[in-house]
Design a protein around this ligand. Sequence first.
Ligand SMILES: [Zn+2]
Length: 311
Amino acid sequence: MIHYRAAAAAIFALMLQATTTAQEAYQGPIIDMHVHAYQQVSPLFGIQFTNPLTGISYTTTADLEAHKAWTFDRMKAHRIVKAVVDYNPAWEAEDPDRVIPAKGGGNLETLRQGFMSGELQIMAEMAPYYNGVQADDAAMDPYFELAESLEVPVGYHIYPGGPPGAMYAGYPGVRAENAHPMQIERVLVAHPKLKIYIMHAGWPYLEDMKALMYAHPQLYVDLGVISWALPRAEFHHFLKGLVDAGFGKRIMYGTDQMVFQGAFDQAIGNINSASFLSMEQKADIFYNNAAAFLGLSPEEIEEHHLQAGNE
Ligand SMILES: [Zn+2]
């Protein structure tokens, strides 16, 4: 009897340890591949929004200043030592070590000059989706050509597009039929040296993403908005699918916070609570994979770990 109780206690202790270890929060530095700054007043500023999929309500940031203050506050609180920011030069001026300036569209010559001068470093967020244009449309090719020739990484939005039902609420160009991630394949084949990540990881097309990532080892993804705007079970299902298929080294953290206060905390919490991820896998998603994608130097990486210990 005593023997049985001791064995049961030992098994219980092991189970408890396995659970707590798996869901332990990651404490190291984070690279955020997906942050929005804005340069103009957004109609989304200063409203209440309830996400119909999760039931979570948000008070959005009140104005441009409040938006910047909130974003920097959360980045520091969560040890986000680097962030791809689309786009406001004032943000980079304020914190040049943290901010990686990015822009995903507009005049091609302006972009070229920005990348040549170093004023811009990443072509993101590319989102012609909102105008009904797919990645393999001929109109997009000069952008990929430019990024490939200058060795500028690209962040490409495919889906989801706006909040649920966006087509009926201010985004008339949105179509579910344009959400298919396979549209990127011709671009990858035409531009084999292109460094590219699909934003929001191509949700909800898990099988297609497995096929694409299997076929194209250079393709990365960020988690983006699916990390907080989907029900946690669906986000975990999608993330687990990619990790189980062996692609855990090419998944990068990104918040896509927009104006929704709570996004950083929820996104990071939803990754930390994924019981199927080991601490090593969490570290890969939060930091290591982006450090590899961006080609950070060993010195920079060491500095980020020191900084994370202090922030
Ligand atoms: Zn975004």
